[in-house]
Design a protein around this ligand. Structure first.
Ligand code: GRF
Length: 179
C-alpha cells in the first residue's frame, strides 16, 4: 500500500516543519509544504529538505473562499491524506473544513483549553501560571478548540524568561508532533 501523504501548513520559521519532515521514522511522507507568507523561513527549509512548497498569498485572492479553493486544489494534485498545521497563523475556513475536518491536526504551545490564540506562550508567562505545555489537537472551526489528541506539560520555572520558556516548549513540540 502507498504511504500516507501529509501536507504541513506553516507561515513562520518552520522549526516544527523541520522536526516533522526530517524525522527518520515518521509514519507518513511529508509530500508538500503550504505556506501563506511569501519569504517565510520555512520555504528555505523545505527547499533544503526536498519538499515541494506551495506558496500562496491571501492578498492575491478576493475572498477567503477563493484562497482556500486554491489550497484545496493543490492538496488534490499532491494526493494528500493528512494536513498538519505547524505555525499556520490563520483560522481554517469552511471550504477546507468541509472537505478535511477529521484529517487536519494542529499544534499549540499551551495546555488547551488554557491560553488559546496567537500568543499561547506569552499569555501563560504573563499570567504567572506554574505550568503550561503543548497540545496536539484536531482542527475545527474554532480557535484552538478541536478534540485533543496529545498533551505534555512544561513547568514554568522561577528563572524563566519568555525566551527560555519558548525554547523548552519547542523542544517538547519537536519530539511530540512527529510522534
Ligand atoms: C509553534 O510554537 C506552534 O506551537 C505554534 O506556532 C509555532 C510555530 O513555530 N502553532 P515554528 O515556526 O514551527 O518554529
Amino acid at each position: 500500500m502507498a504511504n500516507v501523504r501529509a501536507a504541513v501548513f506553516a507561515s513562520g520559521t518552520g522549526s516544527n516543519f523541520q522536526a516533522i519532515a526530517a524525522c527518520p521514522d515518521l509514519a507518513c511522507d511529508v509530500a508538500l509544504l503550504v505556506c501563506d507568507r511569501p519569504g517565510a523561513g520555512v520555504i528555505d527549509l523545505a527547499k533544503k529538505l526536498g519538499v515541494p512548497a506551495f506558496v500562496i498569498n491571501r492578498d492575491d485572492f478576493v475572498s477567503k473562499t477563493d484562497f482556500e479553493k486554491a489550497i484545496l486544489r493543490e492538496l488534490e494534485v499532491y494526493k494528500i491524506d493528512w494536513v498538519f498545521l505547524a505555525g499556520y497563523m490563520r483560522l481554517i475556513g469552511s471550504v477546507l473544513l468541509d472537505e478535511w475536518e477529521g484529517r487536519i491536526v494542529n499544534i499549540h504551545p499551551s495546555l488547551l483549553p488554557a491560553f488559546p490564540g496567537k500568543d499561547g506562550i506569552g499569555d501563560a508567562f504573563r499570567a504567572g501560571a506554574a505550568e503550561t505545555g503543548v497540545t496536539i489537537h484536531y482542527v475545527d472551526s474554532g480557535m484552538d478548540t478541536g478534540e485533543i489528541i496529545a498533551q505534555e506539560k512544561v513547568p514554568i520555572l522561577p528563572e524563566d524568561t519568555e525566551v527560555t520558556l519558548k525554547q523548552r516548549i519547542q523542544q517538547v513540540e519537536h519530539r511530540l508532533y512527529p510522534e
